[in-house]
Design a binder for this molecule. Structure first.
Ligand SMILES: *[C@@H]1O[C@H](CO)[C@@H](O)[C@H](O)[C@H]1NC(C)=O
Ligand SMILES: *[C@@H]1O[C@H](CO)[C@@H](O)[C@H](O)[C@H]1NC(C)=O
Length: 460
């Protein structure tokens, strides 16, 4: 195809796909759905302080299991992490967890910031809430920050001091609300089918209302990013702006736009800027990479309760499974390293703290269900993948992340992208890997959202 023909075919297909995706009667999730056990009942609406506590019995049992595992299967020669977690380094991790991890110190660290629980739609939702003390004249802006899998609220601990700094020059400070997703961390899991990312968006919007915030800012990474997308789509009038380090769209239109770009250079230039083309093309090698990386996603989206049994029973199995994901999500070339590069960007404590939460709560299984409850035909047929939002969106996307999405791919769902920044030398968990860079990005986004708001006011 000639260059011009490519461009015309590209535009025609994209317009047609987009038109086909715009559903007029998308059913919305129930704002009062009941996720607690049994039938709906009146809930206790109080906000209760909460502290994490490691019980002696849990620690004893964990240590026993860590010390009494069967011998691990030796790795293949020169395998790196290509076949999964390399057992050559597993004994080190297991004995560190059993013998050197200081449970008292780590428990104290986890309780560094004020935490609470409150019941929303039948589930106790856990959250960290940090409010800055501000002098008169400094505005306090609420921001909801959502983690994903296999993370916890701890992902944000290093940015909490940076994001609650008070600066008169900036003119505003942030109140952070950082919840555990339902079924994750210290939030209750449901025992009912159907609690996916879209329904979680409703829960978090109701949580923000409970805390007195009718309108607020949002940030999300990984599943948190997809939940925030839903929140911004379902309640656009309640969200001032959305910052994310994960440009994820499940809208078929986004993926078709990507494929269209593989028809030649003319089409490709419409999808992605030249210097970022390697993040999306050639399509076959990117797809191959996605295939080798996403086995976990397929099992968790189809049979989370099967993998959940082993993960609940074996702390070394849980460690291998979760840390293999972390290795892959942090740096692409970690796959060829015997130690998975796990300690190149994180300390043993940081990685084990996060894992401890899944272990002590015994909720790896319920956390995995978010894949099955979201990535399914119900969500596709409902049209929920193709929702869109006019809320201003600021994206920062790292070169080593699991995937990249360009502005033309994301515009199907985000009609007001104020910035889509590509950065090098970082991975999937940006807040914990690069706290300064992450915080500066959040501030830059807020400055842009506030400026856009002021500009709109000027025009009125
Ligand atoms: C573990 O941490 C606690 C609290 O910080 C400290 O008092 C204790 O000495 C530490 N234990 C070891 C073995 O280092
Ligand atoms: C891993 O090593 C193989 C074989 O040496 C090489 O072909 C591949 O490009 C490497 N992968 C990464 C991500 O560095």
């Amino acid at each position: 195809m000639g260059g011009l023909t490519q461009v015309l075919v590209f535009c025609a297909v994209v317009v047609a796909v987009r038109a086909a995706m715009i559903e007029s009667n998308i059913p919305l999730p129930d704002e009062n759905a009941w996720w607690g056990p049994g039938a709906a009942e009146a809930v206790d609406t109080s906000i209760r302080p909460f502290k994490i506590s490691f019980e002696e019995k849990m620690i004893e049992d964990l240590r026993y299991r860590l010390k009494n595992h069967r011998p691990f299967t030796p790795p293949l020669e020169d395998a790196g992490f290509n076949y999964g977690f390399n057992t050559a380094v597993l004994n080190d991790w297991v004995s560190y967890w059993a013998n050197s991890y200081n449970f008292t110190e780590r428990e104290n660290y986890m309780n560094l910031y004020p935490q609470f629980k409150t019941n929303i739609q039948g589930l106790d939702i856990h959250f960290v809430r940090v409010k800055p003390e501000v002098p008169a004249g400094v505005e306090v802006l609420p921001i909801l920050m959502l983690h994903g899998w296999p993370a916890t609220v701890l992902e944000f601990y290093k940015v909490i001091p940076l994001l609650t700094e008070v600066s008169e020059e900036r003119g505003y400070a942030l109140e952070l609300i950082i919840p555990s997703l339902p079924g994750f961390g210290f939030s209750d899991a449901t025992n009912k089918q159907g609690l996916g990312a879209t329904e979680m968006a409703v829960i978090f919007r109701n949580l923000m209302h409970r805390l007195g915030h009718e309108k607020f800012y949002i940030h999300g990474g990984d599943w948190g990013a997809y939940i925030c997308f839903n929140l911004a789509s379902l309640f656009p009038d309640e969200v001032y702006g959305y910052h994310t380090n994960y440009g994820i769209s499940f809208s078929p239109a986004s993926w078709i736009t990507w494929f269209m770009g593989s028809f030649g250079e003319g089409a490709q230039n419409l999808v992605v800027e030249k210097h970022l083309a390697g993040r999306l093309y050639p399509t076959t090698s990117i797809l191959k990479e996605l295939m080798t990386k996403s086995g976990y996603l397929h099992i968790q989206a189809t049979k989370p309760d099967t993998i959940g049994v082993g993960m609940s029973d074996s702390p070394s199995g849980l460690l291998a499974y979760v840390f293999q994901f972390v290795s892959m999500a942090v740096r692409i070339d970690n796959i060829n390293k015997t130690d998975g590069g796990l300690l190149d960007h994180y300390t043993r404590e940081e990685l084990l703290d996060n894992l401890m939460v899944y272990w002590m709560q015994n909720n790896f299984n319920t956390a995995c269900r978010i894949y099955a409850e979201t990535l399914n035909m119900r969500n596709l047929n409902n049209g929920w993948f193709s929702l869109s939002t006019p809320v201003p969106v600021y994206l920062i996307q790292a070169d080593n992340d699991l995937l990249y999405m360009s502005t033309p791919m994301l515009q199907h769902i985000y009609t007001n992208i104020v910035h889509n920044k590509a950065i090098d030398g970082a991975g999937h968990f940006l807040a914990s890997e690069k706290p300064e860079l992450f915080s500066n990005s959040v501030y830059e986004a807020l400055d842009m959202f506030r400026k856009q708001k002021d500009d709109c006011k000027d025009e009125l």
